[in-house]
Design a protein around this ligand. Structure first.
Ligand SMILES: [Fe+2]
Length: 246
């Protein structure tokens, strides 16, 4: 284990220009030349990107429901246009996010357990409780997708999107060098996205008359609000009150 978990200590950080005034000045001199006569025009790069954007395929698609029975029972068939598959896509997004969130907490718990003797205001049991609620939410969404006759194992476009978005969070949390406050910062970002995701899903379910799901989703959203409140509190107390990024 690290001897110290305080990463605010002074150290041999050479990333700033002030560590090399002479070379720093030389670099700025070059920048001045470039500013007068730019050597790189951003336009060609923008044009290449625009070409790719115009020709790109979508992230994926939503598979048709496997069982017509589920669709009929849920009233989904009554909806026209792309509404049913758009809702299934948002459900699949929440499922991917909650499953991913469970894994983020699994990784964070390992780190917090290493420092269990020094923890203040937050315990491993607190994190385990949130982790279990994320797993419960994933199970709830899986059930709802099945009730609609859709396949909860399908990777839909929005599920793909949130998987990519949260890759950085997972990298930050599993990095052995990140301390507890830094780990909580990544969890806080995840929770803020989680809360916003549930709000949109509830609004969508309300709009299409899935009132039973709305009730169940509101309960999950209540948990998410508590998660944001708790994680933000732990993060701020470690960062502000102790003055250390413990
Ligand atoms: Fe959460």
């Amino acid at each position: 284990m690290q001897e110290s978990i305080d990463s605010t200590r002074l150290g041999a950080n050479r990333t700033g220009m002030q560590t090399s005034p002479v070379l720093g000045k030389a670099m700025l001199d070059n920048t001045e030349i470039d500013l007068v006569e730019p050597t790189m025009d951003p336009q060609p790069l923008a044009e290449v990107r625009a070409d790719y954007i115009r020709d790109a395929d979508p992230l994926g698609s939503v598979p048709p429901p496997a069982t017509a029975k589920g669709m009929a029972k849920s009233g989904m068939k009554m909806m026209t246009g792309n509404r049913p598959q758009a809702f299934v896509d948002k459900l699949a997004e929440r499922l991917a996010y909650e499953r991913g969130g469970t894994r983020l907490y699994d990784a964070a718990i390992v780190k917090f357990a290493e420092y269990s003797d020094e923890l203040q205001g937050v315990t491993v049991a607190d994190l385990e409780q949130i982790r279990d609620e994320e797993a419960d939410h994933a199970a709830l969404i899986m059930e709802c997708i099945e009730e609609l006759g859709a396949d909860p194992t399908a990777q839909t476009p929005s599920a793909d999107l949130v998987g990519i978005e949260s890759m950085g969070l997972m990298q930050a949390i599993t990095d052995p060098r990140t301390n507890l406050a830094q780990t909580l910062h990544a969890l806080l970002l995840a929770e803020l996205g989680d809360e916003a995701g549930w709000e949109t899903l509830i609004a969508f379910a309300e709009q299409i008359g899935q009132s039973e799901m709305v009730t169940r989703f509101r309960e999950a959203e209540q948990h998410e609000q508590e998660h944001v409140f708790k994680v933000r509190g732990w993060y701020e107390s470690l960062t502000l009150e102790t003055g250390e990024l413990v």
